[in-house]
Design a protein around this ligand. Sequence first.
Ligand SMILES: [Fe+2]
Ligand SMILES: [Fe+2]
Length: 145
Amino acid sequence: MNEDTLRFLPVSLHIGIEEIDAQHAELFGHLVRLKRLCLNINRLPANEADALIARLRKHFATEAHYAAEAGLDFAAHTIRHQTMLEQVSKALKGASAANADVFGVLRYVEYWFERHIAHEDQELADKLALRPTSHSFTEAPPATS
Ligand SMILES: [Fe+2]
Ligand SMILES: [Fe+2]
């Protein structure tokens, strides 16, 4: 993982799956970049909001892929992702308007990220840790008779 990007992710939110931790760090890094941008113009450009949502969708697809590979039931987690996408999209849309409390919105989005990682994503990581991966199957020595 890129150390420069990783510094945006609090250590308490590392879940131990490198690709997912890297994407979480990129999401937090994206928020930092948006805060800097908003300091200059005091609103959030719609294209920047769209880029964050696109990154979030891609990240959710990655988590769904890990769950599917391990044969985990991911239905409840998927519902949480959908709710988060709806809430974050709605909040970001508000931040594009003139006179919006843009930093309040970005704090709200950050709170959603933190809460979801600490609960649902950590639970996913715990379940994945209990499952043998396809990689470990291929690494297993052949059975002897
Ligand atoms: Fe996540
Ligand atoms: Fe998740």
